[in-house]
Design a protein around this ligand. Structure first.
Ligand code: F3S
Length: 403
């Protein structure tokens, strides 16, 4: 891979060991994928998860004096105040992971957004902009909905790009790799955001990592939440980083004849029965619930308002924990009064936090409901079963206390 003299100097350590280490990772990545050179990125999203694996590289960079040079947002960890609110015991080690995440973030000069969906309210790139985004929903949203360009970065490679301000020129940074190669025909009516999330999971299980699906048959304009969930699920059950939707996503709209744009003759037809089978396979049997998990990926303001409206004057059953994960920014916009109103109905809106963190031990061992297959997938590893269903059904179950 070609390096300019300036890039070579960084690699040789002229800007310090932290920058040299970040550059070493980018060069190794570029050489592995046959990139011709490094290109500039304007921003990065670092999917740090408050876990040992991500911290190893981050602390190395931070301790060697690296600092981000382009705006770099962060994924959620967990809000320390939840420990006392829910009276949860976390081990010293679990607590230290959170402290170390915050300390490394401060040293690296990242933006502590602590949200997995900063691209929905703040971090919005333009069409054609080169960026380095990690996180399952972020990568496909940035590529597909905004038409910006990013590879499916790991948290470490996204952070290295945030430090150097560059990424190797390969994969989805090249226009020829963004051409669809699989035609997906949706043979049923998408009724709500939840259906699109299910479709995403289903396709992720079938498609290969380099596949770029072109999707036809979605006849109503998908909401931002539906597109967020579609990409998140497809990138959790599989590794698909770019999709095109007929008459909707920018690159699909820019071609005159989408049918002649698709390379090859791979075709997938998805029927309603396929989706229903997936839902069944993923859901536990009905019963008494102890929790509702919403906001994996982080909920929008509109979704939180929807929960409030669906509840009306009713309250969540006493022994059910209704948890909605969102960003601190969204909570600020919602305002204290609205959050208090929701808390009065038994709904906790939580900032800075991810469902896959130790502070939610108090729901382990029980049955929950969620609108997110991703939440169910991660929480299952923490010994919690789920029925997956729409937001509407989650709210009804929370009032009844069972599903
Ligand atoms: Fe976000 Fe954590 Fe879910 S990062 S997408 S809340 S697993």
């Amino acid at each position: 891979m070609y390096l300019s003299r300036e890039e070579e100097k960084i690699l040789e350590g002229e800007s310090g060991e932290g920058f040299a280490t970040a550059m070493k990772l980018l060069v190794a990545l570029g050489e592995m994928f046959d990139a011709d050179k490094l290109i500039d990125v304007s921003r990065a999203h670092w999917a740090v998860s408050g876990q040992e694996g991500d911290l190893f590289f981050a602390e190395k960079l931070a301790n060697f004096g690296a600092k981000t040079t382009v705006p770099t947002t962060t994924n959620p960890a967990w809000d320390i105040s939840l420990k006392d609110i829910f009276n949860v015991k976390v081990s010293d080690y679990e607590l230290s992971l959170l402290d170390r995440t915050i300390a490394a973030s401060d040293k690296l000069g990242v933006i502590k957004s602590f949200s997995c969906t900063p691209y929905l309210y703040k971090d919005v790139p333009k069409i054609g902009e080169h960026v380095a985004f990690s996180e399952s929903s972020a990568t496909p949203y940035i590529n597909s909905v905004y038409g910006a360009m990013t590879n499916r970065e790991s948290s470490s490679s996204a952070l290295a790009s945030g430090v150097i301000g560059k990424t190797p020129n390969y994969g989805l940074h090249l226009k020829e790799n963004r051409i669809p190669n699989v035609l997906v025909s949706v043979n049923f009516k998408i009724k709500n955001d939840f259906d699109l999330g299910l479709l995403g999971w289903y396709l992720g299980e079938i498609l290969k990592p380099d596949d770029v699906p072109f999707i036809e048959g979605i006849d109503t304009e998908p909401s931002p939440e539906a597109l967020r969930d579609f990409g998140a699920m497809m990138n959790t059950s599989g590794a698909v980083s770019l999709f095109h939707i007929e008459n909707f996503t920018p690159e699909a709209k820019s071609v005159k004849e989408p049918s002649t744009w698709i390379k090859g003759d791979q075709k997938i037809t998805v029927n309603e029965e396929d989706i229903n089978l997936l839902k069944k396979k993923f859901s536990s049997s009905s019963g008494k619930i102890n929790s509702v998990y919403m906001g994996c990926p982080h909920s929008t303001i509109e979704e939180i308002i929807k929960v409030n409206n669906l509840l009306g004057d009713r309250k969540v059953k006493e022994d059910v924990q209704f948890l909605i994960f969102t960003s601190a920014t969204n909570m600020k916009i919602l305002g204290e009064a609205n959050l208090k109103k929701l808390a009065g109905k038994g709904v906790y809106v939580l900032r800075d936090s991810c469902v896959d963190e130790p502070v939610f031990k108090f729901t382990e061992g029980g049955l929950g409901v969620t609108n997110s297959l991703k939440a169910a997938y991660y929480r299952k590893r923490r010994n919690q079963e789920f029925v997956i269903t729409s937001i509407e059904n989650c709210v009804e179950a929370s009032v009844r206390g069972y599903i």
